[in-house]
Design a protein around this ligand. Structure first.
Ligand SMILES: NC(=[NH2+])NCCC[C@H](N)C(=O)O
Ligand SMILES: [Mn+2]
Ligand SMILES: [Mn+2]
Length: 330
């Protein structure tokens, strides 16, 4: 076993990157997701699987007052989300370089601009497996909500023009230290569309459907999970992005991919999602490749629904993480 765990650090070492951040969407509470996941004992659970776990407390992101961060057209909080994700990219990249597997706990899914950028800084050939009810690939031009948690993939792929990005900067607001850059100008769009695969989609905007088609991006909706089963979907997904099982894998898991009966406490639930076992199977299969280099668990919102639902959602966030990091049933 150990020998085919190509990218798993030896000794197995992980770093929990707690990101209490909600600026990529409108609902309060998702910023407390990481706090609940850690309080549920995630670090000890991973230690129980033989991992050394580093956790130095949750990220403290510097606030930008809303007055200093007005919408750019329809796009909301561009400065804040850019600044936070830039910081996260540096943190995630540094952990990977130091031989640790970063487990980033969200927070909303805009954070993935940072986590995936951090991974690609170190492993430019990495592939991205995105588990979600949503494609989160809206561009500056296509977004209907202006919420950046629905847009991270467009920045990673470079689907926004330099001019569109430039226009995210508010000319009336001078950035600190003479920094003239526009929000997200720091992102190097290193992801290529053939190294990205989606699983679990069922709420994709019309503009996003066109983007997926135009860029030839492989996506498995819940229809495909029904048709081929989760094992058939995972095999096809891995064969596409990691055909020889030798490319680094970044797994970004939005808990709203799961059915709302399985993970109720999340900001944009959509019925008809993955079952408990389907979600965990995905994580187990990724671990088995030995190629996992970074993991995101996103969109746990402990302020939504009742206590039982919150505990259930937090517990699922922990068990998905464990399965992605080697827990098996036998
Ligand atoms: N990470 C998420 N939960 N994203 C939901 C995105 C919903 C919608 N497509 C939007 O762009 O606003
Ligand atoms: Mn989602
Ligand atoms: Mn998402």
């Amino acid at each position: 076993m150990a020998s085919n765990m190509k990218y798993i650090p030896e000794p197995k070492t992980a770093a929990i990157v707690g990101c209490p951040f909600s600026g990529g969407q409108p609902r309060a509470g998702v910023d407390t997701g990481p706090i609940h996941l850690v309080e549920a004992g995630l670090a000890d659970q991973l230690k129980g699987l033989g991992w050394k776990v580093e956790f130095g407390g949750h990220h403290q992101f510097e606030e930008i007052h809303v007055d200093q961060d007005p919408p750019a057209g329809i796009v909301k909080r561009p400065r804040l989300v850019s600044q936070v994700t830039k910081e996260v990219a540096q943190t995630v990249g540094a952990h990977i370089k130091a031989g640790r597997l970063p487990v980033t706990l969200g927070g909303d899914h805009s954070l993935a601009v940072g986590t995936v950028s951090g991974t690609l800084d170190v492993f430019p050939d990495a592939c991205l497996i995105w588990i979600d009810a949503h494609a989160d690939i809206n561009t500056i031009a296509s977004t209907g909500s202006g919420n950046l948690h629905g847009m991270p993939v467009s920045f990673l792929l470079g689907l926004n023009t330099p001019e569109e990005i430039r226009n995210l900067k508010n000319p009336n607001i001078s950035s600190e230290n003479g920094d003239d850059s526009a929000p997200f100008e720091w992102v190097v769009p290193r992801l290529s569309s053939d190294r990205l695969v989606y699983i679990g989609l069922r709420d994709v905007d019309d503009g996003e459907k066109k983007i997926l088609k135009d860029n030839n991006i492989l996506a498995f909706s819940m229809h495909h999970v029904d048709k081929w089963g989760i094992a058939g979907v995972m095999e096809r997904a891995l064969n596409h992005v990691c055909p020889n099982r030798d490319r680094p894998i970044h797994l970004s898991f939005d808990v709203d991919a799961l059915d709302p009966t399985v993970a109720p406490s999340t900001g944009t639930p959509v019925r008809g999602g993955l079952t408990f076992r389907e979600g965990h199977y995905i994580c187990e299969e990724v671990y088995e490749t030995g190629c996992l280099v970074a993991l995101d668990i996103m969109e746990v919102n402990p302020s939504l629904e009742d206590v039982i639902s919150v505990n259930q959602t937090v517990a699922v966030g922990c068990s998905l993480t464990r399965c992605a990091m080697g827990e098996t049933l036998l």
